[in-house]
Design a protein around this ligand. Structure first.
Ligand SMILES: Nc1ncnc2c1ncn2[C@@H]1O[C@H](COP(=O)(O)OP(=O)(O)OP(=O)(O)O)[C@@H](O)[C@H]1O
Length: 413
């Protein structure tokens, strides 16, 4: 009996017209075989790396560009082609991808590289010199060229630049193997922070990836849609709308692809059989709200407390920094957390403003001078639900009334 109910549920769902042919190709982790509007950058990178096919060490390269401009996709694509061509020629050339935001210490990077070359190095515990020595000895057993793509290289350097310095000068200790680095960063100011010794060898070559415009994003989406969606499920207005939304932000192809995929998921879940402009608009709202949820959950506890203080003062539309600070001090008392200075809290307020969670505006109060007015930019319920999952702040649950009283008024929460 139960089995027949279950199969009934599934057969009902299977009757719905499928939207996706292959959803994976609509994700940002997928590297397509064709990257429209990046021909020039791909050619430049190939021109630099072709030395490897002649047995020479390619120059190191830095790739700059805002998020979603195809830096990673192009570097991986050229890397894949290089490995395939060198294999055809019988040359040893490997291209290794490392995300510096994930593998982010010198030790872990070298241990990870050593492991890729079958040298068993523990992920912690050895002196760093020993890990380097093992890695160098292993790769130098053969004549080979190793190209390391270091994505989010700026995050890596934030924790110290020794690893870059050491990798960039490793070739002088090697006889047979040679290493080249491709660094990727979406921080255009990154170069300015670098030690001059690193700057000159890392930036031997530099490539810039400009943002896409709406027409270019439209072409990228059309190629992806052709392999990712079933035929005739996209309303013709969907791709131009996704492209226009993403071009408005900053020409981010990842955002455009996410919009198109999420719009498809919403259409599929509703059993609509066709993706329309309405689904794209809903997808835009959903992505934005998911982004805010993520930002909220990863905020440091003190920032959460400041945000809660803004919310706890409830219906009052525009708060001054002083009012937020008084509410904050009260929240500190209730939670037993250390109170920061008003100056520091003002900095945290500015950070929350930049993240789009609160709004601040400077108001002119005539002879009283200028003052900052603060209000919440997201629903109270969202702040409440996420903030209160932080165990140190849980005690604030249901404390809104005392907080209002500290401001001497009774606003509605
Ligand atoms: N020219 C293009 N053609 C097809 N797909 C593209 C193109 N440019 C970017 N994409 C796609 O957009 C998504 C994001 O691209 P990618 O990860 O390369 O961006 P990025 O510049 O490295 O961004 P970030 O700095 O955030 O890592 C990927 O799915 C990628 O395949």
């Amino acid at each position: 009996m139960e089995a027949s109910i279950m199969s009934g549920i599934f057969s009902g769902l299977l009757d719905v017209k499928p939207i996706f042919k292959d959803k994976e190709v609509l994700r940002s982790t997928y590297t397509p075989d064709h990257l429209p509007h990046r021909e020039a950058q791909i050619k430049s990178l190939a021109y630099i790396l072709v030395s490897a096919l002649r047995g020479n060490t390619p120059s190191n390269v830095m790739i700059y560009g805002k998020t979603g401009t195809g830096k990673t996709a192009c570097a991986k694509f050229v890397g894949r082609e290089l490995e395939a061509t060198s294999a055809e020629q019988g040359r040893e050339c490997s291209v290794i991808y490392i995300n510096g935001g994930i593998i982010d210490t010198q030790y872990r990077i070298i241990a990870h590289l050593a492991k890729l070359f079958d040298k068993d190095v523990p992920m912690t515990g050895w002196p760093t010199d020993q890990v380097y020595a093992e890695f160098k000895a292993t790769i130098d057993e053969r004549e080979q060229i190793i190209i390391i793509i270091l994505d989010e290289i700026d995050k890596l350097v934030k924790k110290g630049d020794e690893v870059l310095y050491n990798l960039l000068r490793i070739n002088s200790d090697l006889e047979n193997a040679k290493i080249s680095i491709i660094g990727i960063s979406n921080n255009l100011q990154f170069r300015e922070f670098l030690d001059p010794r690193i700057k000159s060898s890392l930036g031997e070559e530099e490539l810039l990836f400009p943002p896409y415009d709406a027409r270019q994003l439209g072409d990228i989406l059309s190629e992806r849609a052709a392999i990712g969606f079933e035929e005739d499920v996209l309303d013709p207005a969907v791709i131009p709308l996704c492209a226009a939304f993403a071009a408005n932000e900053h020409g981010d192809a990842r955002r455009a692809l996410d919009l198109m995929r999420v719009a498809g998921e919403l259409a599929e879940r509703a059993g609509d059989g066709m993706v329309t402009k309405e689904h794209v608009r809903k997808a835009q709202t959903k992505i934005e709200s998911d982004r805010i949820q993520e930002v909220l959950t990863t905020l440091p506890t003190q920032s959460k407390l400041v945000l809660y203080s803004v919310m706890s003062t409830g219906g009052k539309p525009h708060l001054t920094t002083g009012e937020v600070y008084r509410a904050y001090m009260n929240c500190c008392k209730i939670t037993g957390m250390n109170a920061l200075t008003q100056r520091r809290v003002t900095d945290l307020i500015s950070e929350l403003d930049m993240l789009g969670i609160i709004m601040t505006k400077i108001a002119n109060k005539g002879r009283y001078g200028r003052t900052k007015e603060i209000s919440l930019a997201i629903p109270h319920s969202l702040v409440r639900s996420i903030i209160l999952t932080d165990s140190r702040l849980k005690v604030l649950e249901g404390c809104s009334t005392p907080l209002q009283r500290t401001l001497g008024e009774t606003w509605n929460v």
